[in-house]
Design a protein around this ligand. Structure first.
Ligand code: PLP
Length: 376
């Protein structure tokens, strides 16, 4: 596909000497895991307009840069206590530090949930289709079977997910707002879903894009953590602009959180990420600025797509799913030739669509201008 994605896959990986000739066994669940595509390199000044990965388009604020530089002097030591950051996060939601666990990105938290939840006879994970790729990759790694429930009108079908629960179901990964559609389920729907779940089912609610949600009925899911087995996953990668430092957190009832904590690597969060995320949490102005930019960019995109007569899905996140029709992949390539990266949704089973991140004003304009030119 698009050459900016670097697969880092050995060319002869299927003819490996030990694996194929010496018959070193690898389980099918592991053999079938795809390589996760990574971008070629960090493009600080390569002139590319990066609207493919829902990253924050802005450089780190001066406060964060200072915190990172300070932290550099202590990289000879193991990372220090996480308590202060947990307290800061807890305060924000009216929780205690015992209700917070940190992870090396939400990705590590997804793994911690799968590890801590291991239980004989309970080996199924339910996710939406399409969904964030790492839910199923990590589930396979830890020996779970993945059950996929299609969306309904581009939204998470909570009723169908509930129906998909059986005696083997252990974890349900929800994602709100949903990547790649930007749609949400609302507070009342979530509460209804949580009622009468069978025992021993854990709901991991990935809210990576929650800060961007504007709908007043977007669930305040922290409210449910004492009453239901709900874990709320958040990240510093999107609204807080720290994707490269890899840090996220999870909120939940203290005893459940303590089991996640026990399954962690001792020092999975590095000292620079710890320092930067403390500074990022304190920088309310930066967050306000980011959210305001997102509102403006969203309105600009909506207007432009309407002018171009393109269908799009109304979004509560920092990206928009746009229907380009059967040429969507070819248009993605043409955009790439113009230096603009967007994500073709073939891998998400939505081949007529692209997902475009809401960037800075000039990036959004460059994308729309190029799209207008390509569409003629
Ligand atoms: C970007 C994203 C995340 C963030 O992952 P990190 O590991 O915290 O960078 C989590 N979930 C979804 C659905 C995402 O799109």
């Amino acid at each position: 596909m698009i050459s900016i994605l670097c697969r880092e896959m050995p060319r002869n990986w299927q003819e490996g000497f030990l694996i194929d000739r010496m018959k070193i066994n690898i389980e099918d669940a592991i053999r079938s895991i795809p390589y996760y595509p990574r971008a070629m390199k960090y493009g600080g000044d390569d002139g590319l307009v990066r609207l493919a990965s829902n990253e924050n388009p802005f450089p780190p604020s001066q406060g964060i840069i200072n915190a990172v530089l300070d932290a550099v002097f202590s990289i000879t030591r193991y990372p220090g206590s996480e308590l202060e950051l947990k307290q800061l996060i807890g305060e924000r939601y009216g929780l205690t530090h015992e209700q917070v666990v940190l992870g090396n990105g939400s990705d590590e938290i997804i793994e911690m949930v799968l590890k801590a939840a291991r239980l004989k006879g309970k080996d199924r994970v339910v996710i939406t289709e399409p969904a964030f790729a790492y839910y199923s990759i990590a589930s396979q790694v830890f020996g779970y079977e993945v059950v996929k429930v299609p969306l309904r009108d581009m939204r998470t079908d909570l009723e169908a997910i509930k129906e998909a629960i059986d005696e083997r179901t252990r974890i349900i990964f929800l994602n709100n707002p949903l990547n790649p559609t930007g749609t949400i389920f609302r507070d009342g729907e979530f509460r209804e879903f949580l009622k009468d779940l069978p025992p021993d089912v854990i709901v991991a609610n990935d809210e990576a894009y929650a800060e961007f949600a504007e709908d007043k009925d977007f669930p305040y899911s922290m409210r449910f953590i004492e009453e239901y087995p709900v874990l709320v996953l958040r990240t510093f990668s999107k609204a807080y602009a720290l994707a490269g430092l890899r840090i996220g957190y999870c909120l939940g009832e203290a005893s459940l959180i303590s089991f996640l904590e026990r399954t962690r690597q001792p020092f999975s969060i590095n000292s620079v990420a710890l320092a930067a995320s403390k500074a990022a949490l304190a920088d309310r102005d930066f967050l306000r600025f980011v959210l305001e930019n997102n509102r403006k960019g969203k309105a600009f995109y909506y207007r432009a797509f309407e002018e171009l007569s393109l269908d799009y899905v109304s979004t509560e996140a920092n990206f928009i799913l746009v229907r380009l029709g059967r040429d969507a992949e070819a248009i993605t390539k043409r955009l790439f030739e113009e230096g603009i990266l967007v994500r073709w949704m073939g891998a998400y089973n939505l081949p007529d669509y692209i997902r475009v991140t809401i960037g800075k004003t000039d990036e959004n304009t460059r994308f729309i201008d190029a799209l207008r030119k390509i569409l003629g």
